[in-house]
Design a protein around this ligand. Structure first.
Ligand code: ZN
Length: 456
């Protein structure tokens, strides 16, 4: 317990604001949460205890991208230089010689509180995006998008065509439940459609932005309807320890799914949610809820070695006509003794990802959105395109990434099969390989056992 060399001491102003203050974590019930309180400890004491980072192996299996591109893309040398620079930086921060050196470097980064962007509210008490890369979504622009832009998504009605182009597989844990949790020192990811991924690492299992409903909407007769999946039901899921919610839009916080997960797992399941969402979770019966501000952290009871940190993203929140941005939005950084995972949530491109990479990178795996990006004049502030997704992959120092937020709901105007094609083109421009930033079929899993030298 508490072997956390990168843990900031509670005396640091930033740690207090993020973890313990009124704007930080709040408890749902009066009961003591085991873990977090006991984990606060002085930095120097923590330095005495170094975790062993196990040498990990090469990925045990490879899957090919469903979309193959023949066209050769021109290489842009400065992009490749930048990737090389980051890879070298990866070696420095979590070095090839020993985990001890890398942890020390990481610990220093973590103390630079002034280097990260804190959440901000406007005069009406609504959260804001504190970056020049943000522009508010106005009603006028929503109308302009809907009525003047052509929808090129062209999702076929034929199930046969969809089954060929976007197969939905039965997840391994439904057919072979005995394999669940057997990830060794590695990390396993299963894509359950849209932004929902099931992650097994470091003896914990969690799911991101789960949606098992047919529609991303307040009602199941109107609103965006999924054209693929889900690959399994809530009752077919293995035992999960935690749910990570990035924000409250209907395609990321699905009421029927929350109710089903809560009915199945009850208070055994820990919900990590953005600041401002606790009351909503409580209203619908969830008891084990941890609400966090940006850079706030907590863990799952009984699993102190893995820390969940709510980190920034550039987006917005809304569920009802008047509740715009009353709830915060963000990404999640999951830092374990053997693996690190990053969930970008739903986001436009901004400088926050570089801060996240500096503080918590390199990540063994990142889940980054690649869909719902056209037209750019409207979407770019809230949704990255595949090129920007690659920038995030580089910024957070991900060793591998999985493309999410595509192939499930037609939320924007790009052709429904474009995201992985454009992703492949962007990877080529940056001198990266298809397997560095891969896509999976819905229901498909990938095991990653990555060497700790930062380079595959
Ligand atoms: Zn959203």
């Amino acid at each position: 317990m508490g072997n956390r060399p990168w843990q900031a001491p509670s005396s640091l102003p930033g740690a207090s604001a993020a973890g313990e203050g009124t704007a930080g974590r709040r408890r749902l019930s009066g009961g003591a949460w085991p873990g977090r309180e006991k984990r606060q400890r002085p930095l120097m004491e923590a330095e005495e205890e170094e975790e062993e980072t196990a040498a990990l192996q090469e990925p045990s299996r490879q899957n090919s991208s469903p979309n193959e591109m023949d066209e050769e893309q021109p290489c842009i040398s400065h992009l490749k230089d930048e990737v090389r620079k980051r890879q070298n930086s990866n070696q420095g921060s979590r070095g090839s010689n020993s985990s001890r050196a890398s942890r020390k470097s990481f610990r220093l980064d973590y103390r630079l509180e002034e280097d990260v962007t804190k959440s901000e509210k406007d005069k009406d008490g609504r959260f804001m995006n504190p970056w020049p890369t943000w522009k508010s979504v106005t009603f006028r622009n929503v109308l302009k998008w809907i009525f003047t832009e052509k929808d090129n998504s062209q999702v076929p009605c034929s199930k046969q065509i969809l089954d060929t182009n976007l197969p939905v597989l039965t997840p391994y844990f439904v057919q072979n439940p005995e394999l669940f949790g057997k990830t060794g020192d590695g990390i396993r990811v299963t894509w359950l459609g849209h932004a929902s991924v099931l992650v097994e690492m470091d003896d914990v299992t969690f799911i991101t932005d789960p949606i098992f409903s047919q529609r991303a909407s307040p009602v199941q007769c109107l609103g965006p309807k999924r054209f693929r999946g889900p690959p399994c039901t809530v009752s077919e899921l293995p035992k999960i320890d935690a749910v990570l919610i990035s924000h409250n839009h209907y395609d990321h916080l699905d009421y029927p799914t929350v109710v089903s997960l809560n009915a199945r797992f009850g208070s055994e399941l820990r919900w990590f949610v953005p600041l401002g969402l606790l009351d909503w979770m409580r209203k619908y019966g969830c008891e084990n809820v941890i609400e966090l501000d940006w850079w706030g952290e907590n863990c799952i009871p009984g699993h102190d070695a893995v820390t969940f940190v709510f980190t920034p993203a550039q987006h917005w929140c809304k569920r009802t006509p008047m509740d715009d941005n009353k709830v915060l939005w963000g990404s999640w950084s999951v830092v374990g003794p053997r693996n690190r995972f990053f969930f970008a949530g739903d986001t436009g491109y901004c400088v926050a990802f570089e801060e996240i990479g500096k503080r918590f990178g390199p990540f063994d795996l990142a889940a980054i959105p690649i869909g719902a990006y056209e037209p750019r004049w409207f979407m770019k502030y809230q949704h990255v395109d595949p090129e920007e997704a690659v920038r995030i992959h580089i910024d957070v120092r991900a060793k591998k990434s999985i493309g999410i937020h595509w192939g499930t709901f037609a939320l924007a105007n790009e052709y429904y099969l474009d995201p992985p094609v454009k992703l492949k083109e962007a990877l080529e421009r940056y001198g990266l390989q298809t397997e560095d930033f891969f896509v999976l079929n819905q229901g498909e899993s990938r095991d990653l056992k990555i060497n700790d030298d930062g380079i595959e």
